[in-house]
Ligand binder design. Structure first.
Ligand SMILES: [Zn+2]
Length: 114
């Protein structure tokens, strides 16, 4: 997938998830070795600007449990933007929030994907 295709997917889901009031950028990057996440969002909530960074497919480990699903990762990261004000330092709640984002992303991906 090219970065242009990533941006198209990102814009599509930005609209589907009602995030049009955000100024968003989407890009591929290589993550530091030892990091096991597939995407990360850098944001400034006061300005509603964010950069959604997705692991560059060429650096996705073939030993991973599942094939890389870029679109689902984009959805997951965008859902985080809706939950910014529910940030917590409690580890259990952080895990539950991650699981919720992932379950919603899977559901949206399977049921709304066009
Ligand atoms: Zn997450």
């Amino acid at each position: 997938m090219t970065e242009k295709e990533l941006i198209q997917i990102g814009k599509k889901w930005q609209e589907l998830l009602y995030l049009q009031d955000w100024d968003l950028k989407f890009e591929f990057q290589r993550f530091e070795d030892g990091q096991d996440y597939h995407g990360i969002t850098h944001y400034q909530k006061e300005l509603k600007t964010a950069t959604i960074v997705i692991l560059d497919p060429q650096f996705y480990k073939s030993s991973s449990l599942r094939p890389q699903n870029i679109e689902q990762t984009v959805i997951h990261e965008l859902i985080h933007l809706h939950l910014l004000y529910w940030n917590t330092h409690d580890c259990t709640q952080q895990v539950l929030k991650e699981q919720t984002c992932e379950l919603l992303a899977r559901s949206f991906y399977r049921n709304i994907k066009k």
